[in-house]
Design a protein around this ligand. Structure first.
Ligand SMILES: *[C@@H]1O[C@H](CO)[C@@H](O)[C@H](O)[C@H]1NC(C)=O
Ligand SMILES: *[C@@H]1O[C@H](CO)[C@@H](O)[C@H](O)[C@H]1NC(C)=O
Ligand SMILES: *[C@@H]1O[C@H](CO)[C@@H](O)[C@H](O)[C@H]1NC(C)=O
Length: 539
């Protein structure tokens, strides 16, 4: 079963890890989040069919509860099995910067199948994101934001102008955001959130405390939580700060919390190229019918892909009628596309095979169906792109060196680690955070470790492009009570390629806290590309 679906915004692909950035076009919802009156207790309003929505008002600064507030958007799928009711489970879909509400609108029902009908499933938009206010939005209008995003530097390379250009662009964003979200240095109790600077309170530790408050307002003793990718970092911060408040916790696609907190060398793509190697190998196994760039050996497929990209570099493909408007398909766009598809090989590998073939024969019709750009025009604020990623990640990191020399070294290092991931996400984030000017008022610098009262389930794929299994093993050693379940697959998070075996383990764990046996490895149900045919490009 395919549980979750995730796409990064293709152009500003700065999304850190698992971004469940659902496709906007399928989310044209008439529901007006801002029509809900925020309240200090959770007051549910019907929304999205039989779901419940609320805006919970919490202090911007938890250490000064009388000061200005943030309004946290909550969206819940109520339990249907009231007889066996087991409380509420909070979910975080990753990013950071991805709105939980958008995620649950699209994948909540599937999620319910795995978790079971005895739980309320509650997503929330972390500070700065989605329908939570203040929003991490620095542009004056959707048109301005679109124009900016259209010229985004998608891939960074040593030796061309991409790094200097990205640096200058990030200084622009950092300046705009400092003016909009950085506050004026005054913290009178009576002052507004804008005056305090909401961007100073978007760090992960503040969100962890929000989760505690949500749990308290629900009248629940402990947190039950399902976090994927960056959501595992949020879970670790919560567990480190409030170890006795952890009830059930599932961390899938584990981020190394200590490396994250350190910030400077955060380069989690050590296994990304091995995921790509799996694509080459599966292409050989799948045969020419399923893999349009088939060759007899994996290295031969890899060479063919090299030739395809080299040809694209010398001759980008004009797309006068792409579904998101006139465009040109470039090597950078191909790299962004590939990186994204490595997350979800069940659909991604067949799609990559089709797209590589389409590039090879310069089939503009196929490439025109890819969602290359999503416009903010006519979209409500909670569905527009925002700078939640930078506002959260750069707040968690310490101030980073921001010289050209450092950025070049980062790109060089990251590209040495991974040819396929190096030029994109993490390098881009590192440059953004070098320029970022807003500092969290109380960045969490304590241990990202704890002794837990409750058993906690960590899950990792064997090969994950952005949260390597080595991270999961390290984190499990830091939290007493945590156990690792391995899914013997490739891709980012088990949830995106969920096997029946892992689904069952999750179900059992949620039902009564039973962890799978030590060293359990779940086999996959489907081998990407080998067992699946060619998908449609547009999905
Ligand atoms: C919120 O709940 C608390 C505890 O039940 C109660 O004391 C308080 O009056 C409530 N606030 C509002 C605005 O209803
Ligand atoms: C690059 O890698 C080298 C060797 O691993 C390390 O010493 C250095 O700190 C790294 N530099 C950056 C900017 O990540
Ligand atoms: C937990 O649930 C599983 C599946 O229903 C069952 O096999 C197991 O015995 C239960 N364990 C406890 C401690 O209740």
């Amino acid at each position: 079963m395919r549980l979750l679906y995730m796409v990064f915004a293709l152009l500003f692909r700065c999304g850190l890890d698992a971004a469940f950035h659902a496709r906007r076009e399928s989310e044209v919802s008439p529901f007006d989040w801002y029509s809900i009156e925020p309240s200090e207790n959770i007051t549910w309003t019907s929304c999205f069919g039989d779901q419940q929505c609320a805006r919970l008002e919490l202090p911007l600064d938890h250490s000064r509860p009388a000061g200005p507030k943030t309004q946290i958007a909550l969206q819940m799928i109520p339990a249907t099995d009231k007889a066996n009711y087991q409380g509420t489970i909070l979910v975080n879909p990753g990013g950071p910067g991805i709105a939980g509400t958008l995620f649950i609108s699209q994948y909540g029902p599937l999620f319910t199948q795995v978790i079971g009908p005895a739980f309320d499933i509650l997503a929330f938009d972390p500070r700065g994101t989605g329908a939570t206010t203040p929003l991490a939005q620095c542009f004056a209008s959707p048109q301005e934001s679109d124009a900016w995003a259209l010229s985004e530097v998608a891939a960074l390379r040593v030796g061309d102008d991409s790094i200097p250009l990205a640096r200058a662009r990030d200084q622009v964003v950092a300046d705009l955001c400092a003016a909009k979200l950085g506050g004026n240095g005054q913290e009178d109790i009576g002052a507004s959130a804008e005056e305090w600077g909401p961007g100073r309170f978007m760090d992960t530790a503040s969100v962890a405390t929000d989760m505690l408050k949500i749990v308290e307002k629900l009248g629940q003793e402990k947190l039950q939580y399902y976090g994927v990718s960056y959501g595992t970092l949020l879970g670790q911060y919560f567990a480190a700060k409030y170890p006795h408040k952890v009830g059930r916790m599932i961390l899938d696609g584990v981020v190394d919390g200590v490396l994250w907190q350190r910030g400077e060398d955060f380069n989690p793509a050590e296994d990304a190229d091995r995921v790509m190697d799996t694509f080459f190998a599966n292409c050989v196994k799948a045969g020419p019918q399923k893999c349009g760039i088939w060759e007899t050996t994996p290295p031969a497929v890899a060479k063919r892909v090299d030739r395809i990209l080299a040809a694209l570099r010398s001759e980008p493909i004009p797309l006068p009628n792409s579904r998101s408007g006139p465009d040109v398909f470039t090597e950078d766009k191909a790299l962004s596309f590939v990186f994204q598809e490595l997350f979800q090989p069940l659909d991604g590998f067949p799609l990559m095979a089709r797209v590589f073939r389409a590039i090879e024969v310069r089939d503009a019709d196929v490439l025109s169906q890819l969602p290359l750009f999503t416009s903010d025009a006519g979209v409500p604020p909670w569905l527009q792109r925002n700078v939640g990623l930078q506002a959260i990640a750069c707040s968690d990191f310490p101030p980073l060196e921001d010289s050209l020399k450092d950025d070049v070294a980062t790109v060089r290092n990251n590209t040495a680690t991974s040819r396929w991931a190096g030029p994109v996400t993490f390098s881009r984030l590192r440059v953004s955070c070098g320029a970022w000017k807003i500092r969290a008022k109380a960045r969490y610098t304590g241990p990202v470790a704890a002794k837990l009262d409750a058993p906690v389930l960590a899950i990792s794929n064997r090969l994950d492009p952005v949260t390597p299994i080595s991270f999961a093993r390290t984190v499990v050693d830091r939290f007493q009570g945590m156990r690792l379940l391995i899914q013997d697959t490739v891709g980012h998070t088990a949830s995106l390629s969920l096997s029946n075996c892992v689904a069952l383990a999750i179900h059992m764990y949620m039902a009564n806290g039973t962890l799978p046996a030590v060293d359990t490895v779940c086999p996959p149900d489907v081998i990407p590309l080998v067992d699946s045919g060619s998908t449609t490009v547009s999905r």
